[in-house]
Design a protein around this ligand. Structure first.
Ligand code: TYC
Length: 102
């Protein structure tokens, strides 16, 4: 972008001032009780993964303790967290979905 320097009025090339929105990782935490097929279904339903990808991510969470399901702007990330946690509670599972600044 070309802007005028405040001090000397000279036109200068400067970095773009356009700010990208902050992004958040939406993650699932492992627990000992939620069935694996429920987690796979959550990943397919709320994060639009196919069966293979969902199974791969579920197993990663199961072995490593947590895993990233997607990266979104804050309002979308908050909605995903709310929807997944509400859905898990409705189905009597302790599955936890959380978000963290990316
Ligand atoms: N650990 C669970 C089990 O053995 C499966 C599981 C995977 C639970 C991922 C939560 O985010 C999770 N049934």
């Amino acid at each position: 972008m070309v802007t005028k320097n405040r001090e000397n009025g000279v036109l200068e090339e400067s970095k773009s001032k356009i700010k990208l929105p902050p992004l958040y990782k939406v993650m699932l935490l492992n627990d000992d009780f939620t069935p694996m097929d429920f987690v796979v279904m959550v990943l397919q339903t709320f994060f639009f993964m196919d069966q293979e990808k969902a199974t791969q991510i579920m197993l990663k969470i199961h072995t490593e303790g947590m895993g990233v399901c997607g990266i979104y702007p804050s309002d979308i990330a908050m909605t995903k967290v709310q929807q997944v946690n509400e859905f898990s509670r409705q189905n009597q599972h302790p599955l936890m979905c959380v978000m963290e600044k990316s």
